[in-house]
Write a protein that binds this ligand. Structure first.
Ligand code: ZN
Length: 143
């Protein structure tokens, strides 16, 4: 790993988001989908906010999205060589998702920037195995 690659704390799924992290381990980007009304929900929740049903399944997301908003994160005690760009994304499927934006400078971030999913391995602070995380990068098609 390059020196600029930050370490991350591996996630501790709490039950309702177990499916998401199981998907991440297989590089599958899964969204929770209500089986009663078909509504997607993100972040994962036990009950559908649209119809109150408890039954759900998963749907694999395309990984295509646009930037809704962003901020720059500076580590509070160990400044990163390159501060992270945290984005709120509008996924193509119609729900929002928070992730890191990679392969992009702050000067190039803008509202509506088209981005795509990429899988990145980070050293884990609390586990031996590296942690794979979904990240997003500009598609490069200009949008
Ligand atoms: Zn529903």
């Amino acid at each position: 790993m390059a020196d600029s690659t930050p370490s991350v704390i591996a996630p501790t799924p709490d039950g309702v988001d177990q499916f998401f992290w199981d998907g991440v381990a297989q590089k599958r980007f899964l969204l929770q989908k209500c089986t009663a009304c078909g509504a997607l929900r993100q972040p994962p929740a036990p009950m559908c906010a649209e119809c109150n049903a408890l039954e759900w399944d998963t749907q694999e997301a395309s990984g295509r999205a646009t930037v809704y908003s962003w901020l720059v994160s500076h580590h509070p005690t160990e400044p990163d060589a390159a501060p992270r760009i945290i984005v709120v994304l509008d996924l193509e499927e119609g729900v929002r998702f928070v992730a890191n934006l990679v392969e992009c400078t702050l000067d190039d971030v803008r509202f509506g920037l088209p981005v795509e999913l990429t899988w990145v391995e980070f050293p884990s602070m609390n586990r031996e195995a590296p942690q794979i995380l979904p990240q997003f990068r500009p598609t490069g098609d200009g949008g």
